[in-house]
Design a protein around this ligand. Structure first.
Ligand SMILES: CC(C)(COP(=O)(O)OP(=O)(O)OC[C@H]1O[C@@H](n2cnc3c(N)ncnc32)[C@H](O)[C@@H]1OP(=O)(O)O)[C@@H](O)C(=O)NCCC(=O)NCCS
Length: 410
C-alpha cells in the first residue's frame, strides 16, 4: 500500500462516515441493529463529549476507526441519558422491526446492572474496525497503537475490551498478537460467550490527568445568567445584524465552525458570517483578507461577529471567560499544553484575547500567516491560557470582561 496513511482524531463531520463503516464492519451487532440514525448519533455524541475517537485515512479517505473511552464507569448510561430523547426517537424504527432488542436497550440505560468490576484507571476500547477491503494491511495495528498512546496521554493505566469468543478467531488472534491478554470469559444474558481482554499501558509512567479547575460550577451559574440576560437584551441588535449580513452578500447569517472545547469535547462555534460564503483559504485570517465583506470588516472591528457565541455559552459549550476555542488542527500542535488549558471551558475573552485583539493586523505583516500563527502566536496564547488557569477567580473574570469591553469600544 503506497497511499499516504494518517491517523487523526475524528471531527463532528465524520459521524456519518463512521456510521457507514461501522455498519459494514459489524453488520449484525447490537448497535448496528439500532439503525443508522442511532449509530450516527452515537458517534456524534462520542466526539462531542471528547471521548477517544480516532480515524485512519488512506489517500484522504476514511479506512478505519477506533472508538473508546477513558471514563468507562457508567459510560453507556451517561451517553444515552445526555441525548435521551434523540436516542429514543432514533431507536423507534429498529424497535418496531426487531422488538426483541428492547430488553437489551433498556439494560444499557440502567446504571450498575451491567457494570462489571474492573481495575481503576482502565480505558475501554469500544469498537475498532477497518474497511473490509483494506483489512490485513496493518491498519488495525496502527489504530490500536494510536489508541493506546491517546489513552496513556489521558492517564489510563491500562486498556480493556470485550469481543465474541465464538466464530471470531481472527479478531481474538489480532488482539493477542497486539499484546492483550485474556482477563476473563463470561456469557451475556442473551447467551453469547464473550472474551474480556486487558493490557497494561502505564509502563512509561503516565502523567496523572489534569485536575478540573476549582469553581467550575459557580462559574457555570454566572455564565447562564449573564448569557441569558445578554441574549435577551441584545435580541433586536442580533436580528438586525443577522438580516444585514444576509442582505449584503448571499449566504447564511451565521457561520459555524468546529472547535475544541472542555476536555477535548467538540462543538460548533457560532459567529455572524463576515466573509463571502464558501470562500476557501487558510483557517486564520489576516487583516485585509479579500474574503472579508464590508459589513464583515465593521462587525470584526467591534467584535460584534462574536455575539452569537452567547448561544454557545448558554448551551454549556463555552464560558464568558476562558481560553479562546481553537479549530482542531491547531490543537494538534502542543497537545499537552492544550490538555491543561482545556480543563476549563473555552471562553469569549481572556488574557490572550486581549493581547491579540489585533491578531489580524499582526498576521497580515507576515509572509506566511498560517506558519506565524502556529510558531509565534499559538505558543504565546498558550502561555496566557496557563496564566489564566493560575489566576482564575471571579474577580479576574470580571476584570477581563470589563477590560475587553473598554478596549473594543474605546
Ligand atoms: C479486527 C480488525 C480491526 C483488524 O484490522 P486489520 O487492519 O485487518 O489488522 P492488521 O492488518 O493490523 O492485522 C490483522 C492481521 O493481518 C496481518 N497483517 C498485517 N499486515 C499485513 C500485510 N501487509 N499483509 C498480510 N497480512 C498482514 C497481521 O499479522 C494480522 O494477523 P493475525 O490475524 O494473525 O493477527 C479488522 O479485521 C476488522 O475491522 N474486523 C471487523 C470488525 C471487528 O470485528 N472488530 C473487532 C471488534 S471487537
Amino acid at each position: 500500500m503506497t497511499e499516504a496513511l494518517h491517523v487523526r482524531p475524528a471531527s463532528l463531520d465524520d459521524a456519518g462516515a463512521l456510521q457507514r463503516l461501522h455498519g459494514r464492519a459489524f453488520p449484525s451487532f447490537f448497535l448496528t441493529t439500532l439503525g443508522p440514525r442511532f449509530l450516527e448519533l452515537f458517534y456524534d455524541r462520542l466526539i462531542r463529549d471528547g471521548e477517544i475517537v480516532l480515524v485512519i485515512e488512506l489517500g484522504g479517505a476514511m479506512a478505519g476507526f477506533a472508538a473508546g473511552t477513558a471514563r468507562p464507569h457508567g459510560f453507556f448510561t451517561r451517553l444515552l441519558r445526555r441525548d435521551a430523547w434523540r436516542f429514543a426517537s432514533a431507536s423507534v424504527p429498529a424497535l418496531v422491526r426487531h422488538p426483541r432488542i428492547a430488553p437489551r436497550l433498556w439494560r444499557a440505560t440502567r446504571r450498575p446492572a451491567e457494570e462489571r468490576e474492573r481495575p481503576e484507571g482502565f480505558a475501554t476500547l469500544l469498537s475498532i474496525a477497518v474497511d473490509p477491503g483494506r483489512a490485513r494491511h496493518g491498519l488495525g495495528a496502527r489504530l490500536l497503537e494510536a489508541f493506546i498512546a491517546e489513552a496513556r496521554a489521558r492517564g489510563a493505566a491500562g486498556l480493556d475490551l470485550t469481543t465474541d469468543c465464538d466464530e471470531n478467531d481472527a479478531v481474538n488472534a489480532f488482539y493477542r498478537r497486539n499484546g492483550f491478554s485474556l482477563r476473563r470469559e463470561f456469557t451475556t444474558p442473551e447467551g453469547r460467550r464473550m472474551n474480556e481482554y486487558e493490557m497494561r499501558i502505564d509502563d512509561a509512567r503516565p502523567s496523572p490527568p489534569p485536575k478540573p479547575a476549582p469553581g467550575l460550577i459557580a462559574k457555570r451559574g454566572i455564565d447562564v445568567v449573564a448569557a441569558s440576560a445578554g441574549l435577551a437584551t441584545l435580541l433586536p441588535l442580533l436580528v438586525l445584524v443577522g438580516a444585514a449580513v444576509r442582505l449584503e452578500s448571499p449566504g447564511p447569517a451565521l457561520f459555524r465552525q468546529e472547535r475544541v472545547g472542555l476536555r477535548g469535547s467538540r462543538f460548533r462555534l457560532l459567529k455572524f458570517r463576515t466573509m463571502c460564503a464558501r470562500s476557501p483559504g487558510p483557517q486564520v485570517t489576516a487583516a485585509g483578507d479579500p474574503r472579508i465583506t464590508r459589513l464583515g470588516r465593521f462587525l470584526r472591528h467591534y467584535k460584534l461577529d462574536e455575539l452569537p457565541q452567547l448561544i454557545n455559552v448558554l448551551a454549556g459549550e463555552m464560558s464568558l471567560v476562558g481560553p479562546r476555542p481553537e479549530v482542531p488542527r491547531y490543537v494538534q500542535h502542543y497537545p499537552e499544553r492544550w490538555r491543561r488549558a482545556l480543563t476549563v471551558r473555552p471562553g469569549l475573552t481572556d488574557f490572550a484575547a486581549l493581547e491579540f485583539l489585533d491578531e489580524e493586523a499582526i498576521l497580515s505583516r507576515s509572509q506566511d500567516p498560517e506558519r506565524a500563527y502556529v510558531e509565534q502566536v499559538l505558543p504565546r496564547k498558550l502561555e496566557l491560557y496557563e496564566r489564566y488557569l493560575a489566576e482564575q477567580s471571579l474577580t479576574t473574570d470580571l476584570r477581563l470582561i470589563a477590560e475587553t469591553l473598554r478596549r473594543i469600544w474605546r
